[in-house]
Write a protein that binds this ligand. Structure first.
Ligand code: PLP
Length: 391
């Protein structure tokens, strides 16, 4: 049997795989069984911030695996504490809870908000149209898209939905019973759609009036990708809770809930927990990721490379006005809104040895590793120009 037949026969059919079997990765490149080398411009969907086979990550994993791979949360563990300290230093958030994935941090944040609200008669959580927060039931309860939700209900009660970027819609949903508002400052799966500055200002105004918690889902946008450590910094927001995952474990499963002063003492022993969350090997890899991003100046680099990318995408919009509706993004989280489906474009790019992603059907999404060079961005833009010109 061929590998795609074995896959189909043995795994649940949850993923639509590309016709590529990857043998290994190195830096910005993936090497496939077809003998070709591919420039990876979406980095395992924003996970591989330092590219593939980064020597610091490998060394950290090896060293920690040689000490202990797992203990239990009964014991004090240096890697967890050190990573929490690094995250606090970079973000100003003083409390961290480690989970295994993005969606688990969303679940934890729902519990944190509910517990915080329980003595305050605050039960409701407001989320936005077109959001993506994960695949568990709590996360799905915060989302509106039929393709993620159909057939999986009933969902959690007291969840209210407002149209994204609509101050009027948000004003209608927020009440004294609102415990929290959860927001992706830049919607990722939703098509790289940022909040407007006006909308962000309205969120802060309503927060002052109603006293709810603001939860920033930075699972895709966080840890330097947008040219700031956290994307909310672009919009003058100051959340109480921040959710991180994807790049934080250097490719190992890890998520983190960061909490500010309003929620720092809400969880007491026994109220929340996980067997694997904060796994020491994943945390050791996470320490390497954060230190490397800081020492190598990768946040400023992401901002500079992002500008090259966005300028180039803007230029394509100018050249192909019928095909390209909008170029948008912050740093290395960029999208090109097409006027038609984007899958053919991603296929043609793949034929040219460049991997990009298409999300929300019509948006080409670029999430390259933060180590991407100006030459690799130019190569991507040149190839995209050719593909758009000839399609
Ligand atoms: N939130 C956002 C903004 C995401 O982009 C994702 C994943 O794509 C998630 C939550 C869910 O994370 P995970 O797939 O690790 O559960």
């Amino acid at each position: 049997m061929m590998i795609h037949e074995r896959e189909s026969a043995s795994l649940f059919h949850t993923y639509k795989r590309l016709p590529l079997e990857i043998l290994r990765g190195e830096g910005m490149y993936l090497f496939a069984k077809d003998g070709k080398r591919y420039l990876d411009m979406f980095s395992g969907l924003a996970v591989n911030a330092l590219g593939y086979r980064h020597p610091r990550i490998i060394a950290a994993i090896r060293e920690q695996a040689d000490r202990y791979i797992h203990l239990s949360n009964y014991y004090l563990q240096e890697p967890q504490i050190r990573l929490a300290e690094l995250l606090a230093g970079a973000s100003g958030f003083g409390r961290v809870f480690f989970a295994n994935s993005g969606t688990e941090t969303v679940e934890g944040a729902i519990k944190l908000a509910r517990k915080w609200g329980s003595g305050r008669q605050k039960t409701d959580i407001v989320s936005f149209s077109n959001a993506f927060h994960g695949r568990t039931m709590g996360a799905l309860s915060l989302m509106d898209k039929a393709r993620y939700r159909d057939g999986f209900g009933p969902f959690l009660p007291n969840m209210r939905l407002a149209e994204f970027n609509s101050a009027a819609a948000l004003r209608k949903q927020v009440t004294p019973a609102t415990a929290a508002v959860i927001l992706e400052c830049i919607q990722g799966e939703g098509g790289i759609v940022p909040v407007s500055q006006e909308f962000a200002a309205e969120v802060e105004t309503l927060r002052r009036t109603y006293g709810f918690l603001l939860i920033a889902d930075e699972i895709q946008s966080g840890i330097g990708r947008t040219g700031k450590f956290l994307a909310f910094e672009h919009f003058g927001l100051r959340p109480d809770i921040v959710l991180l995952a994807k790049p934080i474990g250097g490719g190992l499963p890890l998520g983190a809930i960061l909490g500010g002063p309003a929620v720092g003492d809400v969880f007491q022993p026994g109220m929340h927990g996980t067997t694997f969350g904060g796994n020491p090997v994943a945390c050791a890899a996470g320490i390497a990721v954060i230190e490397e991003i800081q020492n190598a100046g990768l946040i400023a680099h992401a901002a500079a490379m992002g500008k090259l990318l966005l300028d180039g995408l803007e230029n394509l919009r100018y050249r192909y006005p019928d095909l390209v509706k909008e170029a948008r993004g912050y740093g290395l989280m960029a999208g090109l809104q097409l006027s038609r489906e984007g899958e053919k474009v991603t296929e043609a790019m793949r034929d040219r040895g460049i991997l990009i992603n298409c999300t929300n059907t019509t948006v080409l999404r670029f999430l390259p590793p933060l180590i991407v060079t100006p030459e690799q961005i130019a190569e991507t833009l040149d190839a995209l120009n050719e593909v758009l010109r000839t399609n």
